[in-house]
Design a protein around this ligand. Sequence first.
Ligand code: CDP
Ligand code: ZN
Length: 186
Amino acid sequence: RALLYNGIRIGQGYDIHQIRVSTDNDSTLSEDKYNGEENKGQCFKMLTMGGVKITGISVLSHSDGDVVYHALVDAILGALGSYDLGTLFPDRDEKYRDKSSSSFLRYARLLLYKSGYSIGNIDINVIAEVPKISPIRRDIVRNVSTTLRITESQISLKGKTHEKLDAVGEKRAIECFANVLLVPQN
Ligand code: CDP
Ligand code: ZN
């Protein structure tokens, strides 16, 4: 679809996934121990966030369940007025089982480039009691920067707890909001 307005464009993305936190005695569980429990094609697997593997936490998902990448892809697609992540890469499709979400992000980069845009800046907000974002921020920012081929100074990543309230506060889910500004290529 051709963009009717081709000035600066803003996009917003959101994602949430169920998680399970291992107790101290089973925090060393190997990756396949997380698997097994099926739920409409989804199962628990080791948590990946912004391309970083997190031991001791599992995520319920069909793909790798990366909330940071999913929110970010939806923000880019939204800015382009394109379809959303779930429509482009349906949960029901076997092709996307355990799929690394970095491929979705690479797809979004291709699409924005083809539409004549480049990224101005990105602001990501992770809402989670666990994991703490501060120790893994540099790694996630580096992954996003490499995958989207932008500088680290164009990326902001913040972590926030849900103050122990509701599912996120009870460590049963993690959420992510992403905002992106697209600027026309010169
Ligand atoms: O103090 P305030 O209510 O604004 O924030 P908080 O939710 O209590 O979190 C305190 C600080 O912990 C945040 O400002 C982040 O720097 C850090 N944090 C994090 O790194 N990762 C999270 N998942 C949650 C919080
Ligand atoms: Zn997701």
